[in-house]
Structures are given as structure tokens and as C-alpha cells.
Design a binder for this molecule. Structure first.
Ligand SMILES: Cc1ncc(COP(=O)(O)O)c(C=O)c1O
Length: 364
């Protein structure tokens, strides 16, 4: 039991039993006399780690056999370039703008082709997910891009956009393994692991094998070609071995709790504790439209920046850390990833109530 609840948006809280297990194995992994950090990525010991991690992920997410799983580097942000570089065969794509990260991906893709904005909620400071049931997609579009969970604004798609048969590419960084999803609704799912899965430094991409093309944009660097990573089974160069090991451990932890259905149930229960309080509070209010709320990142504030700052300061003294909102939106953000226990959310809400009742903050 640690003495703070960490609400960071990422790198973020990891399951305590996983950290403990990793600590126990730190000096001697399975009798090898070495730490996983010290083992060659070409060794049979590491090969079993990466194989088992992929296999366990396939079972957990029910990934069909015609999808490949890639362990990549460069952060989620590098995918913003790799996606257009690898998929834009007609030089056209459609992007749905629902937040900071989707917009960054859009800005990057513009370097490579003609990008249409299929839908956007930017006009309302990304506070909601636009209606995507009948998007106007260019007939020649190579793919439709979305970001499922908007880490900064606290919104989430609750149904799959209608891409009119075009390949859907989905950044799932901040909702990865938080609930079940139907992998075959998408051509590609990808996400950084630093929120729900492992320490920062690894991206997992799950893509249909038909998207692994031979021909890509001319002069695409070798490291930026999905085909190379698929052909070499994520071992073209030295992968972030320790992160892959940690992902494997977190997946086993999720399996042990009952899988993604169970994760969803727990995440819904946790988020409800905070949203219910926000809906009843006369000091704090939620920033995302009710129908678009994220289970993972809850954004809220008071009517005053000074009160927000005071709340953040006092919260820290009560063991509530990394609750400050992103600078793009201000206020507060509580990230309730899989490893955040419900007790942590209850502790936060108890403190919010105490803060609300403690002084005349309404007047500030
Ligand atoms: C949804 C989403 N996409 C992309 C990113 C960027 O990730 P990275 O820093 O790994 O490039 C983030 C980071 O918080 C994110 O939340």
C-alpha cells in the first residue's frame, strides 16, 4: 500500500501486484541470474516473453488471426507520421478531430496528402464527440482516422464512426484494455502503453494484414515501414524489452481479474463515483458533455482559476497527486486507469466534498 493516489494521465499508475512481481524478479529472472533488462533480445528467454505477451494480448482482446501485433517505438506521436506514410496510397485520408492528439495527427498527415476533416468538435473546445453516423468520406480516401479516448478533454467515442466501408484507424492510447472492443471494426488500433499497460517507451499496433503493403511512400525510412516490423516480428532492431515484459505482466493481471468485461465493469463503477458527485456538486462541474464522457480521464473545474489552484494544492497534501488539468483546458483531470483502485476515487470524492463544504470558495 502506497501513500498517494496517482491520477496522472500518463505515465500513470501501474498495478501494485505487477510492480511487486517485477521487483521480485529484478535481479534474477527465472533463475537466469540476470534481470530482464540485461537479457539479449535475441535470447530464447526474451523470445518467450514477447511470444507469450503477444499471445496473451490476442486472447484478451480476441484479436483475429488475420491481424498482426507490432511492438514499436517512437511514441504514439511517431504513428501520426507512420500511418500516412504507410497507408496513403491514393494520397487522401479523412480525419475526425475530437481533441489535441487527433489534431496533432491531422496536422502531421497534411504533410503527406490531401486530408479532409470528416467531423470536428473544435468549435466547442472539443467538449463532445461529434455525430459520426453518416460521415462525408471521399471515395478515394485511404482511411478514416479517429482517437477513441481524448485524454486531455475527457471525452470518448461510445460507438464506432460509420466510415462507409473505409479502413478505420484508431488511436486507443488512453483507453487501451479498459474495456472489450471489436477489433475487426478497425483496420488498425494503436496506442502508447504509458497509460494503461506499462512504463513509457513502447507502442502497440494491431493491424489487419492487408494493410501491410509492399509499396509505401518513396524513401520511407526502413524503421518507419510496418512491413519491416511485421516481417521481423517486431525484432528488426532492439525493441524496448523491459516494457514488453511489463505489458505481459499487466495483461496477466487483467486476465486474473476476469478480463476486459470485468475491467469495464470496474471502470464504470469507478467513473460513476466521480461523475455522480460532479453532477450533484455546486462547486465543481464536469467539462465533457454527458453523452461523451470518458471512463478513463475525468475533466472538471470550478468557476475560478484561483479556487482550482487552491484545490490542487490542498489535494496534494491529502495524497491526491497529478490532478492538474492539461494547459489546453485548465482545471482538473483525474485519470482513472485500470490500476486506480475504487478506494482512490472515493478518497478523491471525499476530499472534494470536504473542500466544497469547508469554506466560502463559491465567492472567490
Ligand atoms: C490519445 C493520445 N494519443 C497520443 C499521445 C501522444 O503520446 P506520445 O507522447 O507517446 O507520443 C497521447 C499522450 O498523452 C495521448 O493521450
Amino acid at each position: 500500500m502506497r501513500n498517494v493516489y496517482n491520477f496522472s494521465a500518463g505515465p500513470a499508475v501501474l498495478p501494485e501486484p505487477v510492480l511487486q512481481e517485477a521487483a521480485d524478479e529484478m535481479l534474477d529472472y527465472k533463475g537466469s541470474g540476470m534481470s530482464v533488462m540485461e537479457i539479449s533480445h535475441r535470447s530464447s528467454l526474451f523470445q518467450s516473453i514477447i511470444d507469450e505477451t503477444e499471445q496473451d494480448l490476442r486472447i484478451l482482446m480476441n484479436i483475429p488471426d488475420d491481424y498482426v501485433v507490432l511492438f514499436l517505438q517512437g511514441g504514439t506521436s511517431l504513428q501520426f507520421s507512420m500511418i500516412p506514410m504507410n497507408f496513403m496510397r491514393n494520397g487522401k485520408a479523412d480525419y475526425i478531430l475530437t481533441g489535441y492528439w487527433a489534431k496533432k495527427a491531422y496536422e502531421e498527415a497534411k504533410r503527406y496528402g490531401q486530408i479532409n476533416i470528416a467531423a470536428s468538435s473544435e468549435g466547442d473546445n472539443f467538449s463532445y464527440i461529434p455525430d459520426c453516423s453518416d460521415l462525408e468520406i471521399d471515395q478515394d480516401s485511404d482511411y478514416v482516422y479517429m482517437c477513441e479516448n481524448n485524454t486531455i478533454y475527457g471525452t470518448k467515442f461510445h460507438c464506432c464512426p460509420n466510415s462507409h466501408g473505409k479502413v478505420l484507424v484508431n488511436d486507443i492510447s488512453s483507453s487501451f484494455l479498459s474495456e472489450p472492443m471489436n477489433v475487426s471494426d478497425y483496420g488498425m488500433l494503436f496506442g502508447g502503453v504509458q497509460k494503461n499497460l506499462a512504463p513509457a517507451g513502447l507502442v502497440i499496433a494491431i493491424m489487419h494484414k492487408d494493410l501491410i503493403f509492399d509499396t509505401v511512400l518513396p524513401n520511407t525510412p526502413t524503421m518507419l515501414q510496418y512491413k519491416i516490423h511485421a516481417d521481423k516480428k517486431s525484432l528488426y532492431n532492439t525493441p524496448p524489452t523491459y516494457n514488453i515484459y511489463m505489458v505481459g505482466k499487466v495483461i496477466k493481471w487483467i486476465h486474473s481479474l476476469g478480463g476486459l468485461e470485468k475491467m469495464k465493469e470496474l471502470n464504470e463503477r469507478k467513473a460513476a463515483v466521480l461523475y455522480d458527485y460532479l453532477d450533484s456538486s455546486s462547486l465543481f462541474y464536469g467539462l465533457a458533455n454527458a453523452g461523451s464522457r470518458s471512463l478513463m480521464n475525468v475533466t472538471f473545474r470550478t468557476k475560478s482559476d484561483a479556487v482550482d489552484a487552491e484545490f490542487i494544492k490542498q489535494a496534494e497534501k491529502h495524497g491526491i497527486v497529478s490532478i492538474k488539468g492539461h494547459r489546453a483546458i485548465g482545471g482538473m483531470r483525474a485519470s482513472l486507469y485500470n490500476a486506480m483502485p475504487i478506494e482512490g476515487v472515493q478518497h478523491l470524492v471525499d476530499f472534494m466534498r470536504e473542500f466544497e463544504n469547508s469554506g466560502d470558495y463559491h465567492a472567490k
